[in-house]
Design a protein around this ligand. Structure first.
Ligand code: AMP
Ligand code: FE
Ligand code: FE
Ligand code: ZN
Length: 299
């Protein structure tokens, strides 16, 4: 039971179609799920139609890549937007810009791989991405195919993970701008997987965000209208989940749960962590696009 508020499909770096996500969510006994592909809204219509047919609650979403500059370091901060207006021109333009940015960056990574003695054909990377904005998992799959590594995981640890030799960062909006963009499009914002993004930024439960730079950023996001924090995530530790839950409650925000399903690209199953339906309804009530009349509702 529950709602899985973060899944990916072939419209970004998942390996299942939106319809397959619907079927898997149904088979897992979920009440609903969200499709939150990276930097695109393109899969939402299909997921909505299949959910309607299956009698599942569907939450339209997007996972925007934002970029936080911390000293000389660039930290990729993932911002989940739910129920945004899909025709919002600023949001659509940013998704298009990010798609182009991802392509340039993927080309640069492929060039680095060639220089490192692990060449992959650019055409294969493009084919593996298909309709999706190109992501590192597509490059990882090309590396496996070419026999340079045994697994996607090895591709990340050897070549394309952060701080590895073929890694190239994307240029994206600062997190505060990403929150504003989703809010201006009528959507609701949840901070994705905070422990993965800010490892060791929180103390034991009750001690709050102990890293001062992360605390300042978090306070800024809250001031911009952050509605929730993705506490339950299969890759986060019980201690961090407890600490972030407490911080979330202390700020009057809601705690969400998800699988961050990526099909074959990650070992988690849809519904492995979920969000209470009442929490989903609390979030929905804050979405202006979703509270318009049925007729004008895109989903
Ligand atoms: P990108 O948005 O192109 O930077 O790629 C990020 C994607 O790579 C995210 O969906 C991550 O879940 C995925 N990813 C990051 N590290 C790993 C890893 N070690 N193994 C598999 N997927 C990963
Ligand atoms: Fe991903
Ligand atoms: Fe993410
Ligand atoms: Zn994700």
């Amino acid at each position: 039971m529950g709602v899985d508020l973060h899944t990916h499909s072939t419209f970004s770096d998942g390996t299942t179609t939106p319809e397959e996500n619907v079927a898997l969510a149904r088979a897992a006994g979920l009440e609903g799920f969200a499709l939150t592909d990276h930097d695109t809204l393109d899969g939402l219509d299909r997921a909505a139609a299949a959910s309607r047919a299956a009698g599942l609650e569907f939450v339209p979403g997007v996972e925007l890549s934002a970029e936080w500059r911390r000293g000389g370091e660039i930290v990729s901060v993932h911002v989940l937007g739910y129920w945004p207006d899909p025709s919002d021109s600023a949001l659509v333009a940013e998704c298009a810009r990010l798609r182009g940015e991802r392509e340039d960056r993927a080309r640069a990574m492929v060039e680095r791989l060639a220089a490192l003695g692990a060449p992959v054909p650019w055409a294969r990377v493009q084919a593996l991405a298909g309709q999706a904005p190109i992501g590192r998992p597509h490059i990882a799959a090309a590396l496996v195919e070419a026999g340079h590594v045994e697994s996607v995981d090895e591709a990340f640890t050897a070549y394309i993970g952060e701080h590895r030799p073929a890694y190239v960062a994307k240029h994206a909006l600062p997190p505060v701008e990403a929150v504003r963009l989703v809010r201006a499009a009528g959507g609701v914002v949840v901070l994705a997987h905070p422990e993965l993004t800010f490892p060791a930024a929180v103390g034991a439960e009750g001690r709050g965000v102990t890293d001062p730079a992360v605390r300042a950023l978090f306070e800024e996001l809250v001031a911009e209208g952050l509605a929730g924090v993705e506490c339950d995530h299969p890759a986060q530790t019980p201690a961090a989940i407890a600490a972030w839950r407490r911080i979330t409650a202390d700020h009057g925000l809601v705690a969400t749960g998800c699988s961050d399903f990526h099909g074959e690209n990650k070992a988690v199953r849809i519904g492995s962590c979920t969000t209470e339906p009442t929490v989903v309804h609390t979030l929905r009530a804050q979405a202006s696009a979703a509270s318009r009349s049925e007729e004008s509702q895109p989903w």
